[in-house]
Design a protein. Structure first.
Length: 201
């Protein structure tokens, strides 16, 4: 005769091991790559990716063309501000483009999830914001400042994506350590409300 507590315990063990321990660990390991594949295939990511690559091209065209002419009209302070703001802009774009390309490479299996987290692939989005006001900044060409504003809006969206990915990565790491947490992670992902720019995955 099986008492109620034993039956409940047996059901609990069946629930936790329904796919076997090896299959369960494999599913947890595969989860980040599967998420990246769905994330980078989403409309939201594709729009941000195209916008980022387009902004890189627009900035290069301006700085190599009309920007040179605009810079010649500036006084000394304006010229220094132009050089500084141009450097900020290109650095910001390089970091954002690197981030976008890295996420796509992970989803396509060209870069492993752990490799993407290593120092070699780490991309710092925290230090590429607007920066302090510049002396002579009032002289900066409108077209340059329009590119700067576009880059800052894009940075905000990428930072939202990056936070979402970090949260998913942390949940997956916890699930890999704790089989109970893996089920909680699934529930969390199923029922939590999406972020404003988060793709439906």
């Amino acid at each position: 005769m099986i008492v109620r507590g034993e039956r409940s315990d047996a059901k609990g063990r069946d629930f936790m091991n329904d796919a076997g321990p090896t299959a369960g660990r494999a599913a947890i390991v595969a989860a980040p790559v599967d998420f990246f594949a769905r994330f980078t295939g989403s409309d939201q990511f594709q729009r941000v990716f195209q916008e980022g690559m387009g902004l890189v091209e627009d900035t290069a065209n301006y700085l190599d063309g009309q920007g040179r002419k605009d810079a010649r009209r500036l006084d000394r302070h304006g010229a220094i501000a132009y050089a500084t703001e141009s450097m900020r802009l290109t650095t910001r774009l390089m970091q954002m483009a690197s981030w976008l390309l890295l996420q796509r490479a992970v989803s396509q299996g060209e870069v492993g999830v752990e490799a993407a987290r290593s120092d070699r692939h780490r991309i710092n989005l925290a230090d590429i914001g607007a920066g302090a006001p510049l002396k002579g900044g009032e002289q900066l060409p409108a077209e340059l400042m329009a590119l700067v504003e576009r880059s800052l809006r894009l940075l905000q969206r990428i930072e939202t994506f990056d936070q979402m990915i970090s949260e998913r990565r942390d949940l997956t790491a916890v699930a890999a350590q704790n089989p109970v947490a893996s089920h909680l992670t699934r529930l969390h992902n199923e029922f939590r409300p999406p972020a404003p720019d988060e793709p439906a995955v």
